[in-house]
Design a protein around this ligand. Structure first.
Ligand code: ADP
Ligand SMILES: Nc1ncnc2c1ncn2[C@H]1C[C@H](O)[C@@H](COP(=O)(O)O)O1
Length: 204
């Protein structure tokens, strides 16, 4: 079984991934953040580092999907390769922070890779409005994210809404997390686990 968790920056993907992995006794595959050689530079100067960062994430996410495809037990994945291309790279292009030439080059590489990627059995989309994202980004307190602009998060949310409405790779569970606190309230975590059980195993 392979569950992937999608959602904007600060939506709660990593936190939920850890909790689900513990509940189901499955492995968790996180994204490359602390060891990412471009992320800090990217936040200081997006047009300068956009292409480098996208190629780094694409390669690291592709390697992760190859590992997941060889799994021997259930796995929870924190963010998908689809989001790199259809959310982040697309947004950088539409904001003119990635040139048409670099975007085309990137997207052709993505299309070659995606033929070798198996979709998750279930995609969980954590949907959060800006106030929730901002509160949680502040709570996490990564120094290089302190200057994230509101309109950057807003545009990413718009890309997420469009992408999820057109997602055709398999089952999707959209969870509105605006009023959920699965850190402090076990019943909120139980609510999500219950929905997963229904979606994947037909259990009530
Ligand atoms: N539903 C939630 N309720 C309360 N706090 C949350 C919730 N989801 C995430 N958090 C907190 O918000 C911060 C960011 O969450 P994180 O899981 O790192 O988000 P993401 O991986 O989507 O960027 C963390 O400090 C986490 O503990
Ligand atoms: N493909 C990406 N392009 C730009 N930035 C990205 C991409 N994937 C992840 N990120 C950033 C967003 C956050 O600052 C960190 C970690 O993501 P998070 O949603 O907090 O788990 O990397």
């Amino acid at each position: 079984m392979h569950i992937a968790i999608a959602g904007n920056i600060g939506a709660g993907k990593t936190t939920l991934a850890a909790k689900l992995a513990q509940h189901f006794n499955w492995d968790v595959h996180l994204e490359s953040v602390e060891d990412n050689p471009y992320l800090k530079d990217f936040y200081n100067d997006m047009p300068r580092w956009a292409f480098h960062l996208q190629v780094f994430f694409l390669n690291s996410r592709f390697n992760q999907t190859q590992q997941i495809q060889q799994r021997t037990k259930g796995v929870i994945q924190d963010r998908t390769i689809y989001e790199d291309a259809h959310i982040f790279a697309k947004n950088l292009r539409s904001s003119d922070m990635l040139s048409e030439r670099d975007y085309e080059n990137y997207f052709r590489l993505y299309e070659s890779m995606i033929t070798m990627v198996q979709p998750p059995d279930l995609l969980i989309y954590l949907k959060a409005d800006l106030p929730k994202l901002i509160t949680q980004i502040e709570k996490r307190n990564r120094d290089y994210e302190s200057g994230i602009r509101l309109d950057y998060l807003k545009k990413l949310n718009e890309h997420y809404d469009e992408w999820i409405a057109n997602y055709k790779h398999g089952k999707v569970l959209t969870i509105d997390v605006n009023n959920l606190d699965f850190v402090a309230r076990p019943e909120d975590l139980g609510y999500i686990i219950n929905k997963i059980n229904i979606e994947l195993f037909g259990l009530f």
